[in-house]
Design a protein around this ligand. Structure first.
Ligand code: FCB
Length: 466
């Protein structure tokens, strides 16, 4: 492995001297304390209460109880030796009705978290929206209501005022294509709507909200380093027929480009442009396309798309039989990650941060409490090697964050899928680092050693490319 690391560092320098290693989480998936200290409901609280939506009827009520155990969790991060921690703010925790009066107790939680991260030498990265829309706003139409751009901008202003002196790394949205397509187009995720017009309204209003929020963050946070986090992946046809080929092309326009194109280039891909038109007002696209400092990428695997009768005429299909898969069936194709990084580099010409990559493995604890998650280690090795190839080929990748620190609430799969470097026993809340956590700590240590030899310390990394 040491050789792999040296190759990574060599590839990373000098084009990319300040490589950041991190982990990512999100509020609803780990915090718990759902009805504590004035937090309002989110659409995921409401969705969890609907019969049959979440595997085993799981909820986010307790999750990893990170709200109370954040100190212990920061201790786990210190043990990993990470440079940075990306988390999201729960909008309904700080603004229980989504707008209006702020909740001091909720705001104070993130003060404690941020202060302890900084005291531990870990750079906080805030994502404003990781899918937990305040339920009160959903009742006003949620992302289908154009007014949400103003509500989101006000929420961004609150976060900027409160934390902007201490937190410079700010992201607007996590995976807008997932939460709009799955939440408003297919009805699989909260709020469970399957409607073509709803999807197009949501796409445009999320883009508008992004633009408004970037504007606010830029004005109110000195030295802010701002981006958005997109999942991009090649969309291959699942079968060999023409129908699947067409479906894959159409799906890719939505999945990969519906957000980055207007945000970076001020236009919608042709496949969507006509559908979005009725919801657009003059000046919207200019407002959406604010300058950004980096491109945030989440990537796990490529998609294999098949034709379907749904509103996009396309859905996720099986990969060909010879494609290796993870324990939960996700295709393992590291070269698709390399190609995606190179493609982003060529298209968007910004520093890239990989803000999620990882896998759910079939973790088994042995009699001595060890979890030898060889599948996760192999996956991470393969994917970091692919990233190294992309860097060698010229991609300006500045950081890599594993999803996730802890096993957590995996949306409609509830607690049945474990993505953590650290195992969580949900009955006792006991945390146990897996073999992959040791592997990651080692990778970071080796990387920092070779960085130090080149005169680059991790302290020099903070806020460098804003
Ligand atoms: C991503 C989400 C994240 C987590 C991982 C496994 O799509 O951003 O919350 O669910 O997948």
């Amino acid at each position: 492995m040491a050789e792999d690391i040296r190759a990574l560092e060599n590839a990373a320098q000098p084009a990319n001297p300040r490589f950041t290693w991190g982990v990512s989480t999100s509020s609803f998936q780990i915090e718990g304390a759902a009805r504590l200290d004035g937090r309002g409901d989110s659409i995921w609280d409401a969705f969890c209460r609907q019969e049959g939506r979440i595997k085993n009827g799981d909820t986010g009520d307790v999750a990893c109880d990170h709200y109370h155990r954040y100190s212990e969790d920061i201790g786990l991060m210190r043990d990993l030796g990470i440079d940075a921690y990306r988390f999201s703010i729960s909008w309904p925790r700080v603004l229980p009705a989504g707008r209006g009066t702020a909740n001091e107790a909720g705001l104070a939680f993130y003060d404690r978290l941020i202060d302890e991260l900084l005291a531990s030498g870990i750079e906080p990265w805030i994502c404003l929206y990781h899918w937990d829309l305040p339920q009160a706003l959903d009742e006003l139409g949620g992302w289908q209501n154009r007014d949400i751009a103003g509500w989101f901008a006000d929420y961004a202003a609150l976060v900027a005022r409160r934390y902007g002196g201490r937190v410079k790394r700010l992201a607007t949205f996590n995976e807008p294509s997932v939460f709009t397509i799955f939440g408003y187009g297919f009805g699989w995720n909260a709020p469970g709507i399957a409607d073509k017009a709803a999807l197009h309204k949501a796409i445009h209003h999320v883009n508008l909200s992004h633009g408004r929020a970037v504007e606010v963050l830029r004005q109110s946070v000195r030295d802010a380093s701002i981006g958005a986090i997109h999942n991009r992946q090649p969309c291959y046809p699942s079968g060999t027929g023409d129908e699947d080929r067409q479906a894959a092309l159409h799906f890719a326009d939505y999945w990969n480009d519906a957000f980055p194109y207007p945000q970076h280039f001020a236009f919608y891909p042709q496949a969507l442009a006509e559908e979005i038109e009725p919801f657009q007002k003059p000046g919207d696209l200019a407002l959406i396309a604010q300058p950004l400092d980096w491109f945030g990428l989440n990537h796990y695997s490529p998609h294999y798309i098949k034709a379907d009768g749904n509103c996009l005429g396309a859905t996720l299909g099986p990969p060909p039989a010879d494609v290796p898969r993870t324990a939960i069936g996700w295709p393992i194709v590291p070269h698709a990650f390399r190609d995606t990084l190179l493609d982003i580099n060529a298209r968007f010409r910004l520093p890239i941060y990989v803000l999620e990559n990882g896998t759910a493995d079939d973790d088994k604890m042995d009699g001595s409490g060890n979890i030898e998650d060889a599948g996760r280690v192999a996956y991470l090795q393969g994917y970091t090697a692919a990233m190294r190839e992309a860097i060698s080929a010229g991609a300006d990748v500045r950081g890599y964050f594993v999803w996730s620190l802890l096993d957590n609430f995996e949306w409609t799969a509830g607690y049945s899928q474990r993505f953590g470097l650290v195992h969580v026993d949900f009955a006792t809340q006991r945390r146990s680092p897996k073999a992959s956590a040791r592997w990651y700590a080692d990778l970071i240590k080796q990387s920092q050693k070779s960085s130090a030899a080149g005169g680059i310390t991790s302290a020099a990394r903070a806020g460098s490319d804003g």
